[in-house]
Design a binder for this molecule. Structure first.
Ligand code: NDP
Ligand code: HEM
Length: 488
């Protein structure tokens, strides 16, 4: 921090110089205070408005700015400008987070970590709002608010409720894959720098020829995976609740810039159909990965974070990431969860930040913006168009017009409209089994111990229902957790 040499004047928000910022305006030295002390009134009124609603999920977060340098040529899959030139450096923002805890939660808690990225591309902002896990607990958005309620505080006790969590999970076998990751070693990364990031959903790419591909995004840490055991995490939390902020902020201040290698997995529409036929898995199911042997990783670039925000609130708390922010060449997929997220985030931002949240400096695209949205809260920016008479469309006054060449290729969708069970006939066990099989014996024992500690105090009938699910992954998995429970 450098010392401010040249004194400059304190003013009110209206720009008037302030004569005294120490002493209230009073009748005599002992008061009372006068209502006309408008500088005091302004100061107190502003303080009352310093907090905005925290994010309904992912409230605790840590962020930094950096670049994505393109190293691989994937133009045959996507026309997106972000991928158009090897060596190009795309400015970006990353925000990492935990899901369940409030803004004051301790950083080193066992939880999934958010991995949200905003790329400021020349054709608009592309947001990839992922996690540090390639899958999720549920596969139908109807279950998201229910799931999150089990992660937040109980309405009566105002405490987190392991009973609610395990009741929900034991009734939701699709959660087994994510649970196995969450309670494995990778469930508590040492810092945001020591974990991978995943787009998790299947998204789409489309190229200049109008061909569509399905795609999954991966960001592999170059710092290596470093994780904490429950005991180590408890010891850290006993000393500091801000271990991630300290680690990320400190590393960047010291010039030790964290890096991740970006990869994609790609399948053409035909390949995905054939893969689905062969495996029985839905390529758009968020509880499944695409095994690497079926869709190898293709290197795309390197992400590096090299600048801390100067104002955490303005640049990280006010950052608004949304899966609906895609750019030409990148699109959605039929994934039911993704479809719901396309609505949910911008809706949350309008509530949390205000109507024109996209015009805030951290969210503002770094390319020209021209739209016909008009008034509303936070309408603080100039007219978008050169001619103020062009404020509706169509108009005869030179207002902005469409670009038909960036229209996404058509996608065939045929089917009976119905509410299809997302559980019927779904294989919830093979992929967690493949992951569990990767763990060595010591890792498996830590997994069992972590699970057992989390289930402490949960009613027996719920524990038994969960053990029956673990047994369908492998009887040894269930036996391991039972042994660990007995030891508690
Ligand atoms: P591979 O042997 O090719 O890959 C295994 C993957 O598991 C690697 O990506 C590795 O990440 C990751 N991994 C290792 N330990 C953990 C852990 N504790 N939690 C989460 N991920 C971990 O196998 P497959 O592609 O056939 O996948 C097998 C299983 O691996 C899957 O069922 C899935 O659970 C898991 N996985 C698969 C991914 C994929 O996209 N295919 C991605 C991540 C996990 P790293 O390379 O960084 O060490
Ligand atoms: C944050 C909704 C699933 C990753 C949020 C927020 C909402 C939300 C409302 C707060 C946004 C804000 O105030 O800025 C949902 C819904 C989901 C869902 C409705 C399912 C239907 C997921 C999944 C992932 C994910 C599957 C990861 C793959 C994140 C991240 C953030 C977030 C990383 C924090 C973004 C930031 O740093 O600002 N989610 N979410 N969410 N969500 Fe989700």
């Amino acid at each position: 921090m450098s010392e401010q040499k040249c004194p400059y004047h304190l003013t009110t928000t209206a720009g008037a110089p302030v004569a005294d910022n120490q002493n209230s305006l009073t009748v005599g030295p002992r008061g009372p205070t006068l209502l006309q002390d408008y500088v005091l009134l302004e100061k107190l009124a502003h303080q009352n408005r310093e907090r905005i609603p925290e994010r309904v999920v992912h409230a605790k977060g840590w962020g930094a700015f950096g670049t994505l340098t393109i190293t691989g040529d994937i133009r045959k899959y996507s026309r997106a400008k972000v991928f158009s030139q090897i060596g190009a450096k795309i400015p970006m923002l990353a925000r990492f987070s935990t899901v369940a805890g409030e803004m004051g939660a301790a950083d080193a808690e066992r939880d999934v970590r958010g991995f949200a990225l905003k790329f400021y591309t020349e054709e608009g902002n592309w947001d990839l709002v992922g996690n540090n896990t390639p899958v999720f607990f549920i596969r139908d958005a109807y279950k998201f608010p229910d799931f999150i309620h089990t992660q937040k505080r109980h309405p009566r006790t105002n405490l987190r409720s392991p009973t609610a969590m395990w009741d929900f999970w034991s009734l939701s076998p699709e959660s087994l894959h994510q649970l196995t990751i969450l309670f494995s070693d990778r469930g508590i990364p040492r810092s945001p720098m020591h974990m991978n990031g995943y787009g998790s959903h299947t998204y789409s790419f489309w190229n200049e020829a109008g061909e569509r591909f399905w795609v999954k995004f991966h960001f592999k840490t170059r710092q290596g995976h470093e994780t904490l055991t429950d005991e180590e995490a408890e010891a850290i939390i006993g000393k500091t609740r801000e271990s991630y902020q300290e680690a990320l902020f400190g590393a960047i201040e010291r010039g030790e810039y964290p890096r991740w290698t970006m990869y994609v997995q790609v399948m053409s529409e035909k390949e995905a159909d054939a893969w689905s036929e062969r495996t029985g898995w839905n390529p758009f199911d968020l509880t499944k990965v695409w095994p690497h042997r079926d869709a190898p990783l293709i290197e795309v670039g390197v992400m590096e974070l090299d600048r801390n925000p100067d104002n955490y609130f303005a640049e990280i708390e006010q950052a608004a990431f949304s899966p609906s922010n895609v750019v030409p060449g990148i699109g959605f997929s039929p994934d039911k969860m993704l479809q719901a997220r396309i609505f949910s985030y911008a809706d949350a931002h309008r509530y949390r930040l205000g109507t024109h949240y996209e015009a805030l400096p951290v969210n503002r695209p770094r390319c020209p913006v021209h739209h016909y949205h008009k008034d509303g809260s936070m309408r603080f920016f100039d007219n978008f168009h050169e001619n103020p008479d062009a404020y509706y469309e169509p108009n005869s006054f030179g207002g902005p017009v469409e670009r038909p060449e960036v229209k996404e290729p058509p996608l065939s969708a045929i089917g009976m409209i119905d509410r299809y069970s997302h559980r019927d006939g779904n294989d919830d066990f093979s992929q967690p089994r493949a992951l569990w099989a990767l763990f060595d014996e010591a890792h498996k024992e830590r997994l069992y111990g972590n699970l057992a500690r989390s289930m402490k105090g949960v009613p027996d009938f719920i524990v038994e229902r969960q053990l029956a699910l673990f047994a369908q992954i492998d009887p040894a998995y269930a036996e391991g957790v039972r042994r660990a429970l007995d030891r508690l």
